[in-house]
Every structure is written in C-alpha cells, then in structure tokens.
Write a new protein. Sequence first.
Length: 181
Amino acid sequence: MRLGYTIAPGRGETNLLLAEIAGQLAARGVRIVGTVQIDTDRSDGHKCDMDVQVLPEGKIIRISQDLGTASRGCRLNAEALETAVADTEAALVEGADLLLINKFGKHEAEGRGFRGVIAEALARDIPVLAGVNKLNHVAFLDFCGEQAEELPANTAALKTWLDEVLGTTDPDRQPGGVHSK
C-alpha cells in the first residue's frame, strides 16, 4: 500500500499541481480515478467558485455555494462533494492505477468525504496521492497513521514518486511495468 500526500504553501497551489500531474499521467495512459479542483475567480470580488473534476470521465461538479457577502460560514456544498465521492467510488470499482484526491479537507477530517474511498483504494492495493489542507494535516495523519508519505509540493518530486509506485520510469512503459512496444 502506497499513500503519498503533498501540501503546497500558497492558496490554490495544490490544486494546480495535482491537476498538472493528473493531465500528464492521463496522457501517458495511467488509469486515474479521483478528483482535481478547479478554482474560478469571481468578478464580484468574493471568494472563488470551487469545482471538482471527477476523473477519469471529466464530469465537473460545483462544490461551493454562494452564502452571500456577509456570511462567514463554510461554503462547501456537502451534498455536491458527496456526489463527487460517489462518482469516484463507482470509477474505482471499474479499476484504476491511481487514486488522486484533490484535498483531504474539513469534511474528511470530520469523518466524511473521501475517507472511505481512500481506504478502499488502499485495501485494493491502489496507490493514493492526496492534497492535504494545512489545517487538516493532523487529522490526515491520525487517519492514515505512519502509512502516509509526505512529498515535496513540486512536479518533479511527485513524478518521481509516482513513477516508482506505478512502475512507469520509462516513458514507453505502461502502468504495472508492461511495455507498450
């Protein structure tokens, strides 16, 4: 069982990093299931809209909700997030080389969200790569224990780890170490 995670220092940087990695892996034929987050700035100056793209098919789900200008509550639309979780669970059953989760956030820290999907992937011996929110780092480690391997928040480090766990160090190799030629 391999479980890697990364925490990028700036707001939204983990989302961009994981989306880039997902795109590169998909182009190489790696079967990825999970989610990447897409943040869209709003013209009204309020916090960005948050969407997740469910991998591999690309369905986009808005996971944020507009609570109004004076609100201070959590903007996460839990029902929408659970839809992304269900779609990811269904894709995982079909088979995967990697589970990629955009963020182990507050929802997961509270025992919901992608926790079950992560556990299922690990039980199936499917490697997991997750982004982790700094605020929920301790909860993530409590959930994963010593299994979790922290990875530097840069493309090169993530690619090196992924090549190792997927057996794809040679660009002509397919996941699992099977040559395409």
